[in-house]
Design a protein around this ligand. Structure first.
Ligand SMILES: Nc1nc2c(c(=O)[nH]1)N[C@H]1C(S)=C(S)[C@@H](COP(=O)(O)OP(=O)(O)OC[C@H]3O[C@@H](n4cnc5c(=O)[nH]c(N)nc54)[C@H](O)[C@@H]3O)O[C@H]1N2
Ligand SMILES: Nc1nc2c(c(=O)[nH]1)N[C@H]1C(S)=C(S)[C@@H](COP(=O)(O)OP(=O)(O)OC[C@H]3O[C@@H](n4cnc5c(=O)[nH]c(N)nc54)[C@H](O)[C@@H]3O)O[C@H]1N2
Ligand code: SF4
Ligand SMILES: [Mo]
Length: 693
């Protein structure tokens, strides 16, 4: 019997990576807890993190490389060696490149973020413009909305100095454990909080003002706030005169959205809209805390967020202390993200459909329509897919995506688990968790942290970046960073900070980077905005380029999906909002974890009690939910969190997949993001086995 040792490591179950202490005995992980005294971390882990043991030692973990043995999709595999696996990959990917050209191979990753720059390097070395990620449905549309106005990377709020915070919209207690602590700090400091959320949440409960719009009507709400600010003379006239382009047309357009009109569209009381607008404009400096997803998961998502992001421009809350700033806090330079550019010499998939995505330099291709591109061979044949953490259930109509995956000449998925998406693959390769690898983390405030390997990788599972490095080598491709091995890769990340890997490894609590970048404000006084006009564009000249070809508008125009979608509302009376985060789940990945799965017996269909009564339902009933795209079963959960007329359901659950209800063509025409949060449905009690499921 050996002693229990504590290893300083990290939980990577949801991505941001909380520092964790792993208790290891006889080479096995026996328990985990959050590292104490870490800045910005409460000390505890969340429910998912606490279930780490069942995640690492899950019975669905992939342990060996495996090759398809049966028909595509049948799920039959035989074990092979890594050597054989690499040979198969090199042979197939080189064959596709020779026959169809490099662009016919897509390099794709799902939500996992930590190995992304290495995967991009591999795609570049191969010569494919098609480096794609799950960000074709997450964050990038918000970033695009911001960039179309200000021309730079999306700016977060300077929370340390803000007097008001406009939280539009994020349920921090459920989706961002680390931020929820900071949010509590704001409250203690007496910062005024306006939360815009279509439901009454724990986060909304702490706000001074809660605006509760009908999902997807946020653009109208933001325009009416702008209307109040302009009408009441609360805007920053000097800032607008000097730095803003298109203000007159914007003013005229926002003028049409009186709070009374917005109240009809959004369901928010006109008086409350006025109060919120005054608080944001008068109790400054004010920062907008935004989210990666709920506002842009609508068919008018980009324009709705553009309306929200226009507010700093008219109030001067841009790049000032306490506002939304290009650099609000201390950072340390590192080479982890954003230092490699995507290969752009060839047309990427998505480029014809969503040109602004590419003009505003999203460093990845837009792949929401990937299944269509594969099935229809448009704009050119896509024949191979090198996937890492690919989960087809994250997309609308997943069964169609699955069919497309099976049409490929060659599809490999590097995964932790034998997921449904692996079953469609020709080859599956086992990755390891954060507890089984070493990693350098760049943290907020210019800090770095080294997470140790707590236990040896299970079976023959491997660190994803080492897999990428070997694939590069086997294809005879060159990349100056990937060629030099994993230790060198970690040193490369650290290089700009002035730290060495050795000293970081020797500092279990982490280290402050030696080269720090200090906050800087009002950068616009020194350099022009990186927009076509050189100013902040309330009327976007980039969007206007595509007015005739794609119908894009330069102003943040509000369009109402309830009027514009051709759906029989008598048949589908409810708005369907899928994917609001639940604290115990993380997309598709932890349903297989018994402790977490036990918290919810089947997919919940959340409805207002008044709607449930109308449908003759009660809490706990087994129900069938239908949309024009499909039908799934679940369990009715009646609560007053949302308003009547809206049904909420989480996604990623193979037992009842919300994405089977979303039409694959129901997309925002600017960003390509699916309208996950405003489609249409009805709900019925399930009396007997449905025939058409
Ligand atoms: N209906 C609906 N659909 C949605 C959303 C919604 O709100 N509603 N949200 C969208 C958004 S915002 C996002 S971000 C996407 C997320 O969508 P996904 O990419 O599906 O996210 P996950 O299920 O977390 O992760 C994908 C896979 O990565 C694997 N994985 C985890 N860690 C590693 C690792 O270190 N290495 C490797 N190789 N694999 C790993 C997991 O086992 C999992 O199978 O879903 C989108 N889909
Ligand atoms: N536990 C857990 N945490 C997660 C994730 C997870 O799957 N599980 N996923 C991660 C990922 S990939 C992402 S993108 C983030 C997202 O994190 P959040 O931004 O917090 O995402 P949501 O919970 O989907 O939406 C936030 C709030 O927006 C409200 N909402 C929904 N639709 C609308 C709308 O149209 N208008 C307005 N005003 N409000 C609306 C919902 O009621 C919800 O309370 O979470 C991350 N964190
Ligand atoms: S928030 Fe939870 S799941 Fe995510 S890294 Fe931290 S402990 Fe792990
Ligand atoms: Mo996301």
């Amino acid at each position: 019997m050996s002693e229990t040792k504590i290893v300083k490591t990290a939980c990577g179950i949801c991505g941001p990576c909380c520092q964790a202490d792993a208790y290891v005995k006889d080479k096995l992980l026996v328990s985990v807890e959050g590292s104490r005294n870490v800045k910005g971390q409460s000390g505890g882990l969340c429910a998912k993190g606490m279930a780490a043991k069942q995640y690492v030692y899950n019975k669905e973990r992939l342990l060996y490389p495996m090759k398809r043995a049966g028909k595509k999709g049948e799920g039959k595999f035989t074990r092979i060696t890594w050597d054989e696996a690499y040979d198969i990959i090199a042979e197939n990917l080189l064959k596709v490149r020779d026959t169809y050209g490099a662009r016919s191979t897509v390099f794709y990753t799902g939500y996992p973020k930590w190995y992304r720059p290495a995967l991009l390097r591999l795609a570049n070395a191969y010569g494919s413009p098609n480096y794609c990620t799950e960000s074709s449905t997450c964050f990038q549309a918000a970033a695009l909305a911001w960039r179309s106005i200000y021309g730079n990377h999306i700016c977060g709020p300077d929370l340390a100095h803000a007097r008001s915070v406009l939280l539009w919209s994020s349920n921090l207690y459920h989706s961002n454990t680390a931020m929820s602590g900071i949010y509590q700090g704001l409250k203690k400091r007496g910062v005024k909080i306006i939360d815009v959320d279509s439901r009454r949440t724990v986060t909304a409960n702490d706000a001074d003002i809660h605006l509760q719009p009908v999902p997807g009507t946020d653009g109208a709400l933001a325009l009416s706030m702008a209307h109040v600010i302009i009408e009441e003379g609360l805007c920053d006239k000097a800032f607008i005169d000097n730095y803003v382009y298109g203000f007159e047309e914007y003013r005229e357009y926002a003028g049409r959205y009186t709070p009374e009109k917005a109240a009809v569209i959004t369901g928010v009381d006109a008086g409350l809209i006025r109060k919120a607008a005054r608080m944001y404009a008068e109790n400054g400096p004010s920062g907008i805390l935004f989210s990666a997803s709920p506002i842009v998961h609508h068919t008018n998502g980009v324009q709705n967020y553009r309306a929200v992001f226009s507010l700093p421009a008219i109030t001067g809350n841009y790049d000032v202390e306490g506002g939304n700033c290009s650099m609000a806090g201390i950072t340390s330079p590192c080479n982890e993200f954003g230092k490699v550019r995507r290969y752009e010499k060839e047309e990427a998939i998505g480029q014809r459909d969503f040109p602004v995505w590419f003009d505003l330099s999203c460093d990845e291709a837009q792949c929401t329509r990937l299944a269509d591109y594969i099935m229809k061979e448009e704009p050119y044949p896509v024949k191979a897919l090198f996937g890492m953490g690919l989960n087809h259930r994250m997309w609308p109509q997943p069964e169609y995506v699955e069919q497309a995956l099976m049409k490929l000449d060659f599809y490999v998925n590097v995964e932790l688990f034998m997921s449904d998406s692996c079953k469609a693959a020709d080859l599956v390769l086992p990755a390891c968790t954060s507890y089984e690898r070493e990693e350098v983390h760049c943290l907020k405030g210019g800090r770095f942290f080294f997470s140790n390997k707590a236990v040896e990788p299970l079976g023959e599972s491997e660190n994803d970046i080492e897999v990428i490095m070997e694939v590069l080598k086997r294809m005879g491709l060159r990349d100056e960073v990937l060629e030099k091995g994993y230790d060198n890769y970690m040193q490369y990340i650290l290089e700009p900070s002035g730290l060495t890997l050795k000293e970081l490894k020797d500092s279990p609590e982490g280290l402050q980077g030696r080269h720090l970048r200090m906050p800087s404000f009002k950068n616009y006084e020194k350099e022009a905005f990186r927009t076509p006009s050189g100013k902040i564009e309330l009327k976007s000249l980039v969007l206007e380029r595509y007015k005739d070809s794609h119908g894009y508008e330069g102003l943040p125009v509000y369009r109402d999906y309830r009027k514009e979608t051709a759906v029989d509302r008598k048949r589908y009376p409810f708005i369907l909002n899928t994917g609001c985060r639940r604290p115990q789940y993380f997309h598709s990945r932890v349903y297989r974890v018994p402790w977490l799965d036990a918290l919810q017996p089947s997919p919940l269909i959340e409805m207002h009690p008044l709607d449930a009564e109308k449908c003759g339902l009660k809490e706990g009933d087994t129900v069938i939910i239908r949309s024009p795209a499909g039908a799934v079963t679940g369990m009715a959960a009646c609560n007053i969190n949302g308003d009547p007329g809206v049904v909420y359901m989480y996604h990623g659950d193979g037992r009842g997949d919300a994405n089977e209800l979303i039409d694959k063509d129901y997309l925002d025409p600017i960003s390509g993001f699916p309208g996950y949060k405003s489609y249409f449905c009805n709900v019925e009690k399930m009396e007997e086995q449905p025939h058409e499921l």
